[in-house]
Design a protein around this ligand. Structure first.
Ligand code: SF4
Length: 307
């Protein structure tokens, strides 16, 4: 279409629009000189637009050429899978999924190790129990009703060690179940721990008659069992209850009234000596001292880096 025809069409369009009431310019009433200026202006505008269109028409080869080069570059430098965002997302998702799988594998691996460690510990503690449940290494073996091995969590950070079973413990086969045991349970609960989450045992596993202290011979006969229990549980903190267990593990200690509440070292483990619950039942005045000792337990057991 030539420009004259186009201008004529534009003119006719403007006239028809004006007749429809859509008046942009009142061309019919416009002086001819102004009409000519208008058409000239339109002609110039159209001419510029045509020139741009014409240039665009002349460009395709160049653009196509660039496109081709770009395509070649993309082909050379990008593998086909990176040609769309969707593919990138898919790749990213695949990577995340793979990473997720790797984490899952790591978690599974850790769980498996922990399971094995736990299983090994359970196996070890069961083997130890079986090995000594009929023990007669000292005379206490002949007069006991029950072998009082120990109970609680073998994964605990906290291990309580008393002196030996009393009448109730000998009867039931469990440590600290009498009055002293109830007090111990209360004290453990007071520091925010359930009794089943700690491990509790005694220096000797069979009841000395009349609740006397175990003799040195009885202690030395029984000590290998306790040492093996400590190895298996491997707690962050051992709490010895009273003089007998404290001095059994650290022989040169002064009396419990002097050393209670101090963090000591027993081989690879931290050790906190405190009063035996039976002593506390007889000496209520020492109760506040024992409470203070108990407050240290969680700090040492759960924030061991401080020490
Ligand atoms: S007290 Fe210990 S060493 Fe003695 S018989 Fe009992 S388990 Fe064996």
């Amino acid at each position: 279409m030539d420009f004259t025809t186009l201008l004529l069409q534009l003119k006719n369009k403007l006239i028809s629009l004006e007749k429809e009431g859509l008046s942009y310019l009142n061309i019919e009433k416009m002086p001819e000189a102004e009409q000519r200026l208008l058409y000239k202006g339109l002609e110039e505008i159209i001419s510029i637009e045509s020139s741009i269109s014409s240039n665009k028409k002349n460009l395709p080869l160049e653009i196509n050429s660039k496109k081709t080069h770009l395509e070649i570059f993309q082909k050379e430098h990008n593998p086909p899978k990176k040609l769309s965002n969707k593919t990138d997302c898919e790749i990213l998702n695949e990577k995340e999924t793979t990473l997720g799988k790797q984490q899952t594998h790591a978690e599974e691996f850790n769980q498996e190790i922990n399971k094995n460690v736990k299983k090994n510990n359970i196996d070890s503690i069961n083997v130890l129990y079986k090995k000594f449940e009929s023990c007669q290494r000292c005379e206490l073996g002949g007069i006991r009703n029950n072998f009082v091995f120990g109970n609680g969590s073998i994964e605990s950070e906290i291990m309580f060690i008393g002196e030996g079973p009393g009448a109730d413990e000998d009867k039931l086969g469990e440590p600290f179940v009498g009055r002293a045991g109830k007090l111990l349970t209360k004290m453990i609960n007071t520091i925010g721990i359930d009794r089943q989450d700690v491990y509790i045992t005694n220096i000797v596993k069979c009841r000395p008659p009349q609740n006397r202290n175990p003799t040195n011979k009885e202690i030395s006969c029984c000590l290998p069992i306790l040492k093996k229990q400590i190895d298996i549980v491997n707690p962050k903190l051992i709490i010895t209850l009273g003089n007998v267990p404290s001095k059994t593990l650290i022989p040169d200690l002064p009396g419990i009234t002097k050393v209670h509440g101090q963090i000591l070292q027993y081989e690879n483990w931290k050790l906190l000596p405190t009063f035996h619950p039976s002593y506390l039942l007889r000496n209520r005045a020492s109760m506040p001292l024992a409470w203070n000792d108990f407050k240290i337990i969680t700090e040492v057991a759960f924030e061991s880096l401080k020490f």
